[in-house]
Design a protein around this ligand. Sequence first.
Ligand code: SF4
Ligand code: SF4
Length: 341
Amino acid sequence: MKILAKEKVQDFLRGMNREAQVYCPQRTENGDMLLLPLGDGTYTGEVGKAPFSAKTVLFPQTENLLLFGQGTITKITEHEKTIVFGVRPCDMRAIAFTDRFMRRDNLVDPHYFARRYAVTCIVVACNEPPSETCFCKATGGELFLTDIPHDVQLFDAGSYFIAMAGSERGKAILGNGFFDSAGEEDRQKLAAIEERAAHAGMATNGVQSATEKLLANKVDDSFWELLAERCIKCGGCTYVCPTCTCFNVYDYPGDAGYLRCRNWDACLFSGFTRETSGHNPRTTQGARLARRYEHKLKFDLMNYHETGCVGCGRCSDVCPVGLGAIEIIDAINKVQESRKR
Ligand code: SF4
Ligand code: SF4
């Protein structure tokens, strides 16, 4: 255990930035707080809950995969050494979830893991939920990490952070000159912070009852079709979701051949499942909305014994028509009639 004075954090991040690209929560000119490369905004010391998670670093919106043409294929694997400061515990759970997804059935995504192995995650635990749409506890999470792999976890102790290493990389970071030794008083403070966080109240306790209804097939097609009438298909819910990784692949012509990229896609878009023949197995927006939430709240639970939703609440923050996870879970819990799908 070590401690890091908050007045030293800026210098600590600048120091780290000499050996790796550092991302941290920063305010942009228009006041948004985003996880950006150090210097692209203003670091104010706030961590909060940025509208986008560390997914934007590990699985960027657009990523180059390979160059091909004139008889050659060159694979592009981008793996710049990177440190992400200010990862929230729910987002670290999402990264662990994505790690498993990206190597399921022994099919390893080399582009994802090239980045993943190059990224060091410094988590800042939540003393209390950073926003009223947080519901991590209802999905099996906590305001601080106990058993999810990470590199460093910081606990806010007022004028300083209490720092715990979670990996060898984390131990090396805590060994640099910015961290000071912790004492018995800090140990007691940490125990008190964890105790308070463990009892912090949080919204949306209806996750379990909603998943039970979905598992029992008590939510029918008409439920999804009715809700989906107001979906404007913007894709915001999937883009901000730390566990959503739908993508599409595009080839762009250039002077030396073609560049193959992958870009974020969304299961809420009709084109996502449309086949080359024109056939689309998910013909309606209701079917697509059902797919998104059944995937997270039913099939992931069946396959991995945990939901694909970590309760960050971002989809509820951004959906312009009130179709985020909180509202969907609430609506499922209000379903009275049952009919098998
Ligand atoms: S479904 Fe919504 S609340 Fe759940 S992890 Fe994704 S963005 Fe967060
Ligand atoms: S954010 Fe809301 S409106 Fe946009 S695609 Fe998702 S559910 Fe539909």
